[in-house]
Ligand binder design. Sequence first.
Ligand code: UT7
Length: 338
Amino acid sequence: MYTSRIIGLGHYVPDNVVTNDDLSKIMDTNDAWIQERTGIKERRFAVKGTEDTTSGMGVKAAKIAIERAGIDKDDIDFIIFATLSPDYYFPGPGVMVQKELDIKTVGALDVRNQCSGFVYAISVADQFIKTGMYKNILVIGSELHSHGLDMTTRGRAVSVIFGDGAGAAVLTRSEDDSRGILSSHLHSQGEHAEELSLIAPGMGKRWVNDIIKDLDNGEEDTSYFPYMNGQFVFKNAVVRFSEVIMEGLLKNGLKKEDIDMLIPHQANLRIAQFIQKKFGLGDDQVYNNIMRYGNTTAASIPIALTEAWEEGKIKEGDTVVLAAFGSGFTWGSVIMKW
Ligand code: UT7
């Protein structure tokens, strides 16, 4: 039986820093509200027309992860790309990474699980490696939110939260079962699909033809902006985060005290602090960077994991827990022995 383990991590964020004060110049918001409700101080917004597209940022993160993994790009057997903000409606960004990195014709899979995307992607990679199908898998989470947000006061409850960036991991096959991914746990609850969603363009409710017709008529359509029922999402998030972390611990006979590092999806600092308190974890056992990047959805966990590792906060033998919750609703956790 094989296990999979992360052997390379990388992240990339655009240079362009946008502070809360910057946002308050274009909409009715303020630094105090944003910090108090979310913990966010600033985020990165990609500059239009640069290489910083969703796939472009993913490529930059991937190059670092591959180099740190000490493998050649041609050793990669499979690519998994998680995002809710692809460059194109189709094809997905997985194939763009394959092209940009000039990787031979390996499979490329796109994961559409929003904030839980990276956790889902790692779980998929783990299964492919465990069965022996692939040896080295490149997993990327990347988001470019800034060009698709409603940057007016109408959209402020959503737009101030999100930021752009990418993170990547290389997973490899190992025969040492004392290290690596111990288990992953995935859940969803489609009855709440519309509570955090971007409805258009889609073939369900807002067809592209309809949108174009309405634009021609001079009518405004907000269905192509993300919608979030913030308080409802918040309430579900704190419950599901706790459940799915506990599920992972129980599966592996671990206790709360065994967690060396929890990397929660960076949705809201208040959510992370609630979970930290609930599990009785110290400040050095939970990694947060939402203050600097905002919520980067599928990119938030790989960016945070990379930074925590770079800062020496994750050491060999540590029990590392990844946990996410978001649109779908979807949620999940990964338990690893580093
Ligand atoms: O990553 C996926 C998962 N996402 C999450 O987990 C996010 C979960 N939800 C949240 O984090 C919070 O619900 C938010 C941070 C999004 C919002 O915080 P809230 O405490 O739920 O605020 P609210 O939406 O209930 O709004 C409270 C007030 C409203 O004004 P009134 O009606 O009380 O007069 C809003 O209009 O704050 C107002 N408001 C703002 N004021 C200044 C909303 N957005 C802003 C803003 N600046 N940006």
